[in-house]
Design a protein around this ligand. Structure first.
Ligand SMILES: [Zn+2]
Length: 92
């Protein structure tokens, strides 16, 4: 019995509707346990622009970031940008 296992079945459990960005580890201590807490929200009544403050912190360090959306993904994106920038500065 030569069973040529044609595994054309693509088990796609991992398909996500949108790209989920993982928060990069803390640039200072490398901890991957990053918390995102919405800290404060400011709305400009004239332009109705939203400013959302986030407290991004590992167990020891924290960074206050500011986004234009209340979406957590925006916070993660901002954190990644900030963390990678800091990491590059520290590495050299
Ligand atoms: Zn840290």
């Amino acid at each position: 019995m030569t069973t040529k296992g044609k595994t054309t079945k693509t088990v796609s459990k991992e398909t996500r509707p949108r790209k989920w960005r993982k928060p990069v580890p803390c640039p200072t201590c490398g901890s991957r346990n990053i918390r995102f807490d919405p800290f404060a929200r400011a709305v400009n009544r004239k332009t109705s622009a939203i400013r959302q403050f986030w407290v991004c912190s590992c167990e020891r360090h924290g960074i206050l970031i500011l986004t234009r959306h209340t979406d957590l993904k925006e916070a993660i994106r901002a954190w990644n940008k900030e963390a990678t920038r800091q990491g590059r500065k520290h590495s050299k």
